[in-house]
Design a protein around this ligand. Structure first.
Ligand code: FAD
Length: 669
């Protein structure tokens, strides 16, 4: 096997977005020799795209803010399904993480008296998002990168080698977490440019690979979001938590088709933008759910007064949590009151002077001007829901970020589940990745130090198997011709699905497109049982066909090969989403069932855990799809009751509010 590079590190961080970089900095500062490995160029991670800001209760703009209020907002936004301990740590530690960024050189927008400015966002009671115009993610990554370079310079002074204690491997994709017995022993991956293989041995691995949005057709997510980290953890034996919760951001671009899904930041509404239908009506007043009725304005006049006098007026309903706004837009379009290109209107042009729009929303101004030829200072934008964020993710310990069941594996950032419950509030991701990135780096470094005398050895057979798996697309054509590549349903009682064995090789790009269309149409913003069953059958068919996904040429920068390798991960996470969505017979947060439209208190404390049905993942998994039932696939589901919320945290809410969320027995306790 052509393993080109085999190196030993203490901690390997997979992903160089906000979570990965913050973890790497912490691990290195705690003495661990740390490698960071990322699929894209260093500095180009998805975090760069974050626009609105970092949520942290610093109380700079309204002194009424504090961690308890932030905690309350986060639980309300997540409809009380959040891992409450994560939400507590997040709310308590976020301000410290923002101030720390400033000491590392981040240049935030300021208030008139020189403090870090904070802006309004949906679901946050007070102005809470520390920001840099609408380019906050860029500043965050720039600052963390600068910190990494500073640490490397320090290491150079001490050892003569910049990369002796902290090294970045860019444009490398990890395809397997390696294990020795139960424990993590390293990672296997390939260099995207050369196609050569790479093994980094380490007793601790932090997964920080972000989300899964590329499994949906309309998405705000970048090309990297193929659910790799979710799949890596599953394949290594760690469960995924509550994967049914996918956030559809209410405002993505809808026109022209080539840019459909690109995000229109929530800052537009936070700074005064309003949503109107084709009748010119501010329709959000018609969609305030009962649980939020007392917190949102009932008239346009009150809503407009709130921007200047938030203490004596209630918030505009445009600032409801994202799931509520996305559903409302969906309903307006369905009722025939949409904009010409199938969205609704988002208007700032009548709300603030042109120079204020250009100053406060510079990226949005340029985005619409350049991509849609729309001047947002003079006319309304057309917007509609877009797949944006996954709340589900790797099940982790709240304090240590350790992945459940796999010693040495850690996860932070969007790839980790639990923090946001059924729906994330805007701004809570950047703070999440700073808080838990730091924690993951700390505990991974401690784990590695503990393993110093007895490092787990990398098993050569696993490396060979990982290499063979990665090379499979190059022999798919031959396999397909020989009739071995398309056999599905080798398990007892399984049926053949998809095209017959021995079919023609499949184009990975076509499979991506079919998968994205399936998830968009059948497991999207509004879900129905027959459609989800149909999705599971289609996924089983795609899985069978993906074994024949073939590529031509060689391993040097071969995008077709990369697409073929991404398919395994996209299919796994898509099945998790579809199976969990079918199982949860209620509507909550980012999961809306047309056939079960209400939130059901008996589901409040139920988590759904996905594991690999066939842990021997090198074997062809049994699968079947019939017209009557869902295809039996690779994912097993388990229900697990959550730990009761700590009484002092429950005491932060009024009893009348808790009655809306908690089950009878929880209230009684
Ligand atoms: P990322 O930043 O995506 O980093 C993932 C890293 O993993 C990348 O380096 C990637 O190359 C690497 N990777 C992936 N797979 C592999 C693999 N197999 N092998 C090696 N490396 C791999 N949130 C907020 O809180 N506030 C905002 O204002 C905000 N605005 C947003 C605007 C947009 C347009 C979008 C799309 C999202 C926004 N979000 C915002 C959400 C937020 O940006 C993300 O949730 C967050 O940046 C995720 O960070 P991360 O570190 O978990 O992952």
């Amino acid at each position: 096997m052509s393993v080109v590079d085999r190196q030993e590190w203490d901690v390997v961080v997979v992903g160089a977005g906000g979570a990965g970089l913050r973890a790497a900095i912490e691990a290195r500062e705690r003495g661990a020799r740390t490698a960071v490995i990322c699929k894209s160029l260093f500095g180009k991670a998805h975090t760069v795209m974050a626009e609105g800001g970092i949520a942290a209760a610093m109380g700079n703009v309204n002194a009424g803010d504090n961690w308890q209020v932030h905690f309350r907002d986060t639980l309300r936004g997540g409809k009380f399904l959040n891992q409450w301990r994560m939400a507590e740590l997040h709310a308590r530690e976020a301000p410290e993480r923002v101030w720390e960024l400033e000491t590392w050189g981040a240049l935030f927008d300021r208030t008139k008296d020189g403090r870090i400015s904070q802006r309004n966002f949906g679901g946050h009671e007070y102005p809470r998002l520390a920001h840099v115009g609408d380019r906050t993610g860029l500043e965050l990554i720039r600052t963390l990168q600068q910190k990494i370079v500073a640490l490397q310079q320090e290491d150079h002074r001490a050892t003569g080698d910049y990369e002796s204690r902290l090294k970045v491997f860019q444009e490398c994709t990890v395809t397997r977490v390696l294990k020795s017995g139960d424990r993590v022993s390293g990672v296997f991956g390939y260099e995207r440019e050369s196609g050569r293989f790479l093994v980094l041995e380490a007793p601790a691995v932090v997964i920080a690979t972000g989300g899964i949005g590329k499994s949906f057709k309309v998405t705000s997510n970048s090309w990297e979001y193929t659910g790799d980290g979710h799949a890596l953890a599953l394949l290594a034996g760690a469960p995924l938590l509550n994967m049914e919760f996918v956030q559809f951001h209410p405002t993505g671009m809808v026109w022209p088709p080539s840019v459909k899904g690109i995000l229109v930041t929530e800052s537009v509404r936070g700074d005064g933008g309003v949503l109107r239908n084709s009748d010119g009506r501010r329709f959000m007043f018609d969609y305030v759910p009962d649980v939020f009725k007392d917190k949102y304005a009932e008239s346009e006049a009150e809503a407009d007064r709130w921007y200047d006098d938030p203490d004596r007026n209630r918030r505009p309903p445009e600032l409801l949590p994202r799931d509520e706004v996305a559903r409302a837009i969906n309903a307006e379009v369905k009722e025939g009151r949409g904009s010409p290109h199938g969205g609704v209107f988002l208007d700032v042009s009548t709300r603030m002077p042109a120079e204020v729009v250009r100053r406060r929303l510079p990226s949005m101004y340029h985005q619409f001007k350049e991509l849609a030829d729309v001047d947002i200072t003079a006319e309304a934008m057309e917007v509609g829901p877009t797949c944006h964020y996954v709340m589900g993710g790797i099940a982790v310990d709240s304090d240590t970020a350790a992945a459940r069941g796999v010693p040495g594996l850690y996860a932070a950032g969007e790839v980790a589940g639990g923090m946001h419950g059924s729906n994330r509030l805007g701004g809570n991701s950047l703070s999440d990745l700073l808080v838990f990135g730091r924690r993951a780096g700390r505990y991974a470094a401690e784990h590695a130090a503990g393993a110093a005398g007895a490092r787990p050895r990398v098993d050569d057979a696993q490396v060979d198997a990982a290499a063979a798996e990665a090379l499979r697309p190059f022999s798919a054509e031959a396999e397909a011709g020989a009739g071995t590549g398309a056999v599905a349903g080798t398990g007892a009682g399984a049926e053949a699905v998809g095209p017959p064995s021995g079919g023609a090789p499949e184009n990975p790009y076509t499979l991506h497109q079919e998968l994205q269309q399936t998830m968009n149409d059948l497991v999207g913003i509004i879900r129905r049982e027959p459609e989800m069953r149909q999705a599971l059958r289609k996924l089983a068919e795609l899985r069978a066909r993906s074994r024949r996904a073939g590529v031509e040429g060689h391993r040097q920068f071969n995008p077709g090969w990369h697409l073929a390798l991404d398919l395994r991960n996209m299919l796994l996470v898509s099945e998790c989403v579809a199976r969990a969505a079918l199982e949860r017979t209620e509507s909550r947060g980012g999961h809306t069932r047309e056939d079960h439209p209400s939130m059901d208190r008996t589901w409040r404390n139920v988590n759904l855990l996905c594991t690999l049905a066939d842990p021997d993942d090198t074997a062809a998994a049994p699968e079947s799809g019939t017209a009557a039932g869902p295809a039996r696939g690779r994912i097993a589901l388990e229900r697990q009751t959550t730990e009761p919320i700590r009484p002092d945290l429950l005491a932060l809410f009024d009893k009348e509010e808790l009655v809306k969320y908690l089950a009878e027995e929880e209230l009684y306790e």
